[in-house]
Design a protein around this ligand. Structure first.
Ligand SMILES: [Zn+2]
Ligand SMILES: [Zn+2]
Length: 544
């Protein structure tokens, strides 16, 4: 697939899922990449923390890649860069705050200097022929969020990135109706638009209103208060800092990403008035009503600060009468993990407050009234919903067509869309997939390791060792070792039975492969009869 004299769109991630955003535009033999994000592992990937997009498609065409342009600094847009960008060998373009976050990640991975990050002004126009990319500031739950106006020989694309409408964003950009209307006036072929909140009838709400909600909640709290939020939401950090000051509380920072984000924000001109944090020992000596802890871990990550504080494994302690405020939304899929932490806190006598009890959070993504405004400003010929699960993409497509856009195309990762010339349509499909970071190793998400891991996690493993003499006759008893197989009290009996079955499966003059398979099946049948499970069985044959 090489783009001819046409304009193509291809998502390698983020379409049909929330996370791992990677979008490609193709024109006259060249590709432009927008964002390179990751997502967090779940029960589909036992033992895995990070899931990355598979960039094989563009790695094979990296000579034709003109650049990687970043819209903003959220993990689902920049998180995969430290793991994958060095192989692309193209310049990365980002505004100062986003570039600061990327630089921090590269440094952590020891990649400083190996990836070229070019800092651009928020008014930048990049000449990445045949593309011309203009940054267009928009409001979102992070500083320096940008939409991109992408001009090509076959028409103009308005790529919204993550956005919302917020005239009082505390910090960061507003979405300018005048600017967007002017862009629409000049004609836009395609609007590639955030679908996260396509089902929400309400507007997202203003970041400034969160101040009042947090102020009231913190002012009413008798003991220590812990507020958890996304560390990259510098506006929210600013709000929390001001709430601490207004309620006479010193602030303590818990979690590396909070500290890193505050450092990057200060270095790029934000959070100048953020209060000086107290050390942990000092914090624990303060009267309980004079401390506010700002912590990571609001999504239930057990190793993040909140999880460790809830488990009592942190220098900062919470107890009876203290309050934890979740100033963030639970990402779908994290409910159980967050619930587990809330239960731990509850056992300590800590009161938990979420956006259901108080106005302590607003979303960073557009609800339907905001989407409608975007359509009216931009007036595209075609709408391409992105940044959503299949239901979100379909809902935005319906909503767009019901609100004056002539045509919407629902696409998912890997589907190549020709935006022009002529009627926009699907051209074909490219192979896409996911990678996982397992320890320090990057692996295909559907490869042998992860498949074995899933099967081990699901049914356990039985290792069987068999010793044979030169003539192929069994020496001694087979050794059987079950791991994660449900045979606790019967373990010894089961092992005896399984060893017996294994021994009986050894026939005369079997070749090794046949022997292994016979023993494997015999032991598995035995395990199924005992437990109803089908564990993995691994047979080792030793010959004298
Ligand atoms: Zn975002
Ligand atoms: Zn996003």
């Amino acid at each position: 697939m090489t783009p001819g004299d046409e304009l193509l769109f291809l998502a390698l991630g983020g379409s049909g899922e929330i996370g791992t955003n990677v979008n490609l535009y193709g024109c006259r033999g060249k590709w432009l990449m927008v964002d390179c994000g990751l997502t967090f592992g779940d029960h589909d990937y036992p033992g895995i923390d990070l899931v990355l997009p598979d960039l094989d498609f563009i790695e094979r065409r990296r000579r034709d890649l003109v650049g990687l342009v970043l819209t903003h600094g959220h993990e689902d847009h920049i998180g995969a860069i430290p793991y994958l960008a060095a192989d692309l060998k193209v310049p990365i373009y980002a505004t100062a705050f986003t570039a600061g976050l990327v630089a921090g990640k590269l440094e952590e991975e020891g990649l400083t200097g190996q990836v070229q990050v070019r800092i651009v002004e928020q008014t930048a126009e990049l000449d990445l022929a045949p593309f011309r990319v203009t940054y267009v500031p928009v409001a979102h739950s992070i500083a320096e969020a940008n939409a991109l106006l992408i001009e090509t020989p076959h028409g103009r694309v308005f790529h919204t990135g993550d956005w919302k409408i917020d005239d009082t964003p505390v910090l960061g950009n507003t979405t300018s109706p005048e600017r967007l209307t002017a862009i629409g006036d000049e004609g836009v072929l395609a609007l590639v638009c955030d679908s996260t909140n396509a089902f929400n009838e309400q507007v997202s709400g203003s970041e400034a209103d969160v101040y009042d909600g947090l102020l009231k909640t913190v002012a009413d709290a008798p003991g220590r208060v812990l507020v958890t939020t996304f560390a990259s939401n510098a506006g929210r950090l600013d709000t929390i800092g001001r709430v601490a000051e207004a309620t006479g509380r010193r602030i303590a920072l818990a979690g590396r990403s909070v500290e890193r984000n505050i450092k990057v924000a200060k270095a790029t001109g934000y959070l100048r008035d953020f209060p000086e944090p107290v050390r942990y020992d000092e914090a624990m000596r303060l009267p309980r009503s004079e401390l506010l802890i700002l912590a990571t871990g609001g999504q239930g990550e057990p190793r993040a600060a909140l999880g460790r504080i809830a488990a009592g494994n942190h220098e900062l302690k919470l107890g009876n009468g203290d309050t934890v405020i979740f100033s963030s939304r639970q990402i779908p899929g994290n409910e159980n993990a967050v619930g587990a932490i809330m239960n731990q806190l509850s056992k300590l006598g800590v009161v938990t407050v979420t956006d259901r009890q108080a106005h302590v959070h607003v979303s960073g993504h557009p609800g339907r009234p905001e989407l409608k405004k975007m359509y009216d400003w931009i007036r595209p010929e075609v709408l391409i919903p992105v940044h959503g699960e299949p239901r979100h993409l379909r809902e935005q497509a319906r909503f767009g067509e019901a609100n004056g856009i002539p045509r919407a195309i629902v696409q998912e990762n890997g589907e190549v869309i020709r935006l022009g010339p002529g009627e926009p349509r699907k051209l074909g499909e490219e192979r896409v997939g996911k990678l996982v970071l397992d320890g320090d190793v990057i692996l295909p998400a559907d490869g042998t390791t992860i498949n074995e891991r899933r099967r081990m996690a699901f049914g356990g493993v039985i290792a069987v060792s068999i010793a044979l003499d030169r003539r192929g006759a069994l020496i001694g008893e087979p050794l059987v070792r079950p791991l994660g197989v449900p045979v606790e009290e019967d373990r010894a009996d089961f092992i005896r039975d399984a060893a017996d079955m294994a021994a009986r499966a050894v026939g005369p003059r079997m070749d090794e492969e046949k022997l292994r398979e016979a023993v494997r099946l015999a032991v598995r049948r035995c395990a199924t009869a005992w437990t109803g499970k089908k564990p993995l069985v691994e047979v080792m044959v030793l010959r004298s």
